[in-house]
Ligand binder design. Structure first.
Ligand code: CO
Length: 427
């Protein structure tokens, strides 16, 4: 299977962060990585390959060089995307005729893209198991609900711009009145438990539209969650296939970037700092040696970038604009929303040059504030030279995003080179 097919298969099987991390865990186990649990003491060997999962939705993998502890070489991406989340009590009858679901927004999606398409439900449930509680993955994986538009006859202004009210316009239809209680039964059956043993849930809607490769010369592909699964999958895939050198190589996938990263498993938590320091101490490093490994380290924050939209080229900066299928995007921002500076740009550009991967540069127009990402948030906990990169895509935060078919391979080549080769020395 070629690189793109592998990614699209992954993306279809990863409707939420929980499924994405479960797939990464499987991939790493197959490549000889062993799980370390945060609640247990760590025994770590030179030459070993390990991973740690927090909350089932964030993961940090690392490899220890044969030569022992040394500088960190880190790539990070995010596992979450905007979606609708089911509320704790989600059944919402209407008209004595319908069962709708009460949902709320997670992150900043393009709301209109969620209407009139089959949606399913996935995430996790927490179930009773004797005196314990345990997590079970759920993916109904069938056309389950749909959010219908109003007919144009009752909403003549819809094409002039319409402000969707999420509590009114965006409640999905599940069934007729007789369907009361059925969704919880479906969820329990999918989780392999009894309905009464489900104590709580984190469940999201997702689009059932299959991934597709399209256009002249198959230039483009579309699917859900390209931001940021394209970078997260590329990073984990490159990491699992890399031969480490003398650096401590680290691959981090954080949840909750789309809601500001401020959770126990987000980039604004102690997850990365805790992992790096515990690894250092497990290898017998002193506090000073761990700080030196951070100071001498390098981080790549990988989160997708905005390709010039063919219908709105005026929205993009004149010189620093990027396109699909033209390689790694290095993102810059004078106010440091992106961490890139001249040093990290130069170092990572050289890594890409050696790997034969093209590089392009992105800034926002000076009169348009851009988005933010996890690089600068992570840097406030673990501070080192960092570059913000991504792959160019269209329609970011749509339920169906579009990107370039050549780019996943470019990211894998660049990150393999980052982990396997000598980095230029910064004097
Ligand atoms: Co993103």
């Amino acid at each position: 299977m070629d690189c793109l097919e592998r990614f699209l298969t992954f993306a279809e099987q990863a409707p939420t962060a929980f499924q994405a991390i479960a797939l990464f865990r499987k991939e790493l186990e197959e490549k000889g990585f062993r799980e370390l649990r945060e609640a247990d003491p760590w025994l770590v060997d030179a030459g070993g390959r390990y991973y740690v999962v927090r909350n089932g939705s964030s993961l940090i993998a690392f490899t220890v060089p044969q030569s022992g502890f040394s500088a960190f070489r880190i790539a990070a991406a995010h596992s979450d995307s905007p979606a609708f989340k089911l509320k704790p009590c989600f059944e919402d009858p209407a008209e004595g005729a319908y069962i709708r679901l009460n949902v709320e927004k997670y992150g900043g999606m393009i709301m209109s893209t969620w209407l009139d398409r089959p949606l399913s439900i996935a995430g996790r449930v927490i179930v009773r198991n004797g005196d314990a509680v345990e997590s079970r993955l759920v993916d109904l994986d069938r056309d389950t609900v749909l959010i219908p538009n109003m007919p144009i006859h009752f909403n003549r202004q819809i094409n002039d711009g319409y402000a969707f009210n999420p509590q009114v316009d965006l409640l999905p239809l599940y069934g007729e009145a007789g369907a009361s209680g059925k969704l919880m039964e479906e969820i329990a059956e999918n989780a392999g438990v009894k309905k009464e043993d489900i104590l709580s849930h984190d469940l999201f809607l997702y689009s059932r539209q299959p991934a597709s490769v399209w256009g002249a010369d198959d230039a483009f592909f579309s699917c859900q969650r390209i931001d940021d699964l394209e970078c997260a999958w590329g990073a984990v895939t490159a990491f699992a296939d890399s031969e480490g050198r003398d650096s401590v190589n680290v691959c981090a996938v954080f949840d909750n970037e789309e809601v500001g990263s401020g959770t126990k498993q987000g980039a604004d938590s102690g997850f990365l700092y805790d992992t790096l320091t515990r690894l250092g101490f497990a290898l017998g490093a002193s506090d000073g040696e761990i700080r030196a490994a951070v100071a001498g380290g390098f981080m790549v924050s990988a989160d997708n970038a905005h390709a010039v939209h063919p219908n709105h080229p005026e929205k993009y900066d004149k010189q620093n604009r990027v396109y699909m299928n033209r390689g790694i995007v290095i993102k810059h921002n004078a106010n440091q929303k992106y961490t890139t500076d001249a040093v990290s740009d130069a170092v990572f550009s050289l890594v890409c040059e050696k790997a034969g991967v093209p590089v392009q540069h992105f800034t926002n127009r000076s009169d348009i504030p851009g988005g933010s990402t996890l690089g600068n948030i992570s840097n406030s906990h673990v501070s080192m030279n960092t570059v913000d990169i991504g792959l160019a895509q269209l329609a970011m935060h749509s339920a169906c995003e579009t990107a370039g078919t050549k780019d996943p391979e470019y990211l894998i080549s660049a990150l393999k080179a980052f982990w396997e080769q000598e980095l230029p020395i910064v004097k």
